[in-house]
Design a protein around this ligand. Sequence first.
Ligand code: F6R
Length: 622
Amino acid sequence: MCGIVGYTGDQQAAPILLDGLARLEYRGYDSAGLAVRNGDALAEVVKATGKLYHLADKTDQGHSLPGTCGIGHTRWATHGDPSVVNAHPHVSGNCTGSGSGKVESDVVGVHNGIIENFTELKEKLLRHGYAFYSDTDTEVVVKLVDYYYKKYKIGPVDAITRTMVRVRGSYALALMFRDYPGEIFAARKDSPLIIGTSESASYLASDVPAILKYTRQVYYIDNLQVARVAPGSVKFYDLNGDEVSLPLTEITWDAAAAEKGGFEHFMLKEIHEQPQAVRDTLNSLIHDGQIDLSATGLTEETLQALRQIDIVACGSAWHVGMASQYVIEDLAQIPVRVELASEFRYRSIPLYENTLVIVISQSGETADSLAALRVAKERGAMTLAVVNVVGSTIAREADHVLYTLAGPEIAVATTKAYSAQLAAMDALATQMALVKGTVSREQYGHLLEELAAIPDKIKRILEDKERLQWFSSKIANAHDIFFIGRGLDYAISLEGSLKMKEISYIHSEAYAAGELKHGTISLIEKNTLVIGVLTQSQLFEKTISNMAECKSRGAYLMGVTTNGNFTVEDSVNFTVYIPKTDEHFVSSLAIVPLQLLGYYTSVNRGLDVDKPRNLAKSVTVE
Ligand code: F6R
């Protein structure tokens, strides 16, 4: 939610800031703003509502805003509506009209996160004569920094640390002080922030793709730390104001990985990158015909002793958990509970010894998943993070980390990160089964072969995408779509339904097929589209019967099934076949046509596929 950028160096800042914001737009896109200063001159702020191109137009692609030091923000509204006045940057002084223009104030800043006690702080500042022009919590935090800065006549670092002690909530902050030209001060707690350097410039950003074009040398600033950023040099401080040193890390991602590469949308590109994402993830885990978890620090003894697994995640990552539940229980015979992180964090679930809590997250920054991880640790559980973004907070705080190698995912709707998570969890389940002795060596070898074959099978499904493009044009005006399945097919239905609704805005729901007649079937009417996932041979007949029940009430049926199950065509109107695989690993294949269906339906409805309304890629607020 929200993306921030900063630049100080010898180049014009505004075009670099806009370029960085363009790569962070997935984090929020209801308004955006820049503050840039030229040497000692006052900073100038420009803001615009709507997508980033409005701000780019307003500043002549940044060229009308001269200066070599600046900060920028793309917003996903939390406090206050998406108006110009609520857009960042915010200033410590008064502000008239839209908030654009020269900044007479001492402090100007941008923020990603939520200040929970902002009302109480606002009242305090009101008592001290501050006036507020916006509804945002950010304006409060900028003014609080200003208050300490002036009251104690201290430098920016101390004013910021005093503020950090006083505020509750999450933040990545970037601030410029009128008395400190050419410098940006940053602070972080529970919201992502990286700082990059090159010889003559320094950059800060909420995420790596924003600065990848300029530098690969980055610092991951820790929670409750402050950074003083000057051209080509960065200093870090702890909450006491004492300088601390942080390691410089080299980013190995290919810059092209964060570009569209000839595809019309990031989502389509990322759907096509799934074979690679799955292959890379599996290759990092399978060595010499063995799954090797040594990089995660999970030992054979630890796996052997496991009595219970709790998987905690949000959205699609939770769907991966739902699929993994079936796979782990069936292969390794370990009981698995799957919890939504937003629920888990407020429940008092007893966590016994030898319980492993697995937190699955692409971004590694999702607020609820992070909170759930912390709750699990507080209760003494061992934790494993399955995360895509290296160095993210969840990855750093978990006891063990298994990295998925999906590379940067830009489209808001996840595809390749989801598939990489499935592959990682399937490999983990397979290894648990071997260690627990619930599969023989021979079965283990067969499972590994099946895993290794998945990337090519996904490729084969993608080769037939035009059929889905055609079918989506027929259903683009649907009002309701139901996805049904049993067992693993239910978990796949959940993700298929989310892919459809989040980008096409067609209402859709996923149901365990056996549940339909306990209420939902009353919603089926003439031509309601019901999509059945039919990959589990033992459950096939049962789901087909449920689909037939829908058909007799007028439903139009689509089926996703495995090659060879041709009898399906006797019952359904449109069938998609996926290659045969071990049934435990079928989610990685069956989801692909459903991703394509969601994608093409969104395109056919003329919607913004990569940036669906009201959503942001990384949900760093509760
Ligand atoms: C849906 C989607 C979201 C995320 C969820 C968790 O397409 O992308 O549902 O899966 O917000 O995000 P991460 O995995 O970053 O924790």
